[in-house]
Design a protein around this ligand. Structure first.
Ligand SMILES: Cc1ncc(COP(=O)(O)O)c(C=O)c1O
Length: 435
């Protein structure tokens, strides 16, 4: 029986003065209680009750080098000793901009911000400035941060989406407190539906500034794009004078050094990157063509942020990217091999326990779902999974010493090892047995 009494007491105590008891709403969903961390190193995290877990939550994605990576920690400490942030320019910004342009195929210029949400806000602004149009096409089941102008359709928000082939223009807000008209500019389409995309883009091209898409539907089932689908977005947007924004906040520096657009060989106009870019320190960026970024050059588009480009965040990104690039990027191959071993092992255990389930995997990330469907390739099928059963599984895994995200998405870091995977598979076997 897992002893998490101190986490339970902390959660009670937190609710006195901390709204919601957690710092980001999603974290409240962890069962049996949101855990309190004491410390973490590599692939392991220790909670305040002294329990140790192999960590596949990885802080919702950023910790691509694992926790408290020695080289990253040393470089951050050295940078802090020189001053945290100056409100002036420093040479690290130039180095990071040069490095991003070198490794991201779509990048001619970049701009820095603090979170994925902010990067998406800037990308939308650039697209509207460039096209003089205001509508944004986004897809059901994707997530692009929590700003009012785009926040809707987040899985779990209980929204009904567009029927296959159709579009939704009266898009409902994703949360209380969002103004009723904040999403008037959003056109919501089903993803991976070429006919719906082509029909909407051709009929409404004169209104549409941008199409924004995750390259892989990581936030809802880790669903891959159909062959040719991202290429179709790229081709139609180019033909119709619409900006193609690829939201690589999860996939950037996770699927490969050049992100999903390198892996899939497509050329969006803009990409947004965050999470893994800073290895766990807050930093994000927009990268793209000079034709779009020139609006920042000319100050026609305002790009603001007190802590943008601060020394600590820039150092963290430089060190993380260089570490990932070292040894010719072999870290990606290794992470992917480990996760293939893990997912194959879990599939075998699902068969052994006669529990129907699906794993969708791409590179160092996968989504495990309990479902009777043979495959999960769209948002509607994803929504048929048994989310409650998965939450119970995640809770059982906790008592087996494995920390999972309660929604089914698993991340891996360069700090995970084959013995970690073997221990995890033994834990999965026991947890499935008890499920
Ligand atoms: C694809 C995508 N875009 C944007 C965001 C928002 O990033 P942040 O939480 O850093 O604001 C997220 C966060 O999970 C994301 O997955």
């Amino acid at each position: 029986m897992l002893n998490i009494e101190r986490s339970k007491a902390n959660y009670q105590r937190a609710q006195r003065h901390l709204a919601g008891g957690v710092a980001s709403s999603l974290r409240a969903s962890m069962k049996p209680v949101p855990l309190y961390a004491e410390s973490a190193k590599g692939a392991r995290l220790q909670d305040v009750d002294g329990n140790t877990y192999i960590d596949y939550l990885l802080a919702y994605g950023p910790l691509i080098l694992g926790h408290a990576h020695d080289g990253l920690t040393d470089s951050i400490l050295a940078s802090m000793r020189k001053g945290y942030t100056y409100g002036l320019q420093h040479e690290g910004e130039i180095e990071l901009a040069d490095l991003l342009v070198k490794v991201l195929p779509c990048a001619e210029k970049v701009a820095f911000s603090g979170s994925g949400t902010e990067a998406v806000m800037l990308a939308l602004r650039l697209a509207r400035a460039h096209t003089g149009k205001s509508k944004i096409v986004r897809f059901h089941g994707h997530y692009h941060g929590w700003s009012d102008s785009i926040f809707t359709s987040f899985p779990g928000a209980g929204l009904s989406g567009p029927a296959a082939g159709g579009e939704t223009s009266a898009v409902p807000p994703g949360t209380m407190g969002q103004s009723d008209n904040s999403l008037d500019d959003i056109i919501l389409l089903p993803w991976n539906d070429p006919a719906a995309l082509e029909s909407t883009l051709r009929t409404r091209a004169s209104e549409i500034a941008a199409v924004i898409s995750e390259p892989v539907m990581c936030n809802s089932g880790c669903i891959q794009p159909k062959p040719g689908y991202l290429e179709l977005i790229a081709r139609l947007t180019k033909e119709l004078g619409i900006v193609f924004i690829l939201d690589e906040v999860i996939t950037g520096f996770r699927l490969s050094l050049g992100g999903a657009h390198e892996r899939f060989g497509i050329k969006p106009d803009l990409v947004t990157i965050g999470k893994a870019m800073g290895g766990g320190i807050a930093i994000s960026a927009v990268a793209g063509t000079s034709a779009l970024m020139k609006y920042i050059d000319s100050s026609d588009v305002s790009h603001l942020g007190t802590l943008n480009g601060n020394g600590v965040a820039i150092t963290a990104a430089l060190t993380t990217i260089r570490e990932l690039a070292s040894n010719e990027g072999t870290a990606y191959k290794r992470m992917e091999e480990l996760l293939v071993t893990l997912s194959a092992g879990i599939r075998a255990l699902l068969s052994k326990h006669r529990i129907p389930g699906v794993i969708n995997q791409l590179g160092p990330v996968f989504h495990l779902m309990f479902t009777d469907e043979r495959e999960v390739t769209d948002f509607d099928t994803f929504n048929k999974r048994d989310a409650g059963k998965y939450a119970r599984f995640a809770e059982l895994m906790l008592s087996e010493g494995v920390l999972l995200r309660p929604n089914g998405l698993w991340y891996i870091s360069t700090a995970h090892s084959l013995p970690d995977i073997e221990v995890t598979l033994l834990a999965v076997d026991r947890a499935l047995g008890r499920l």
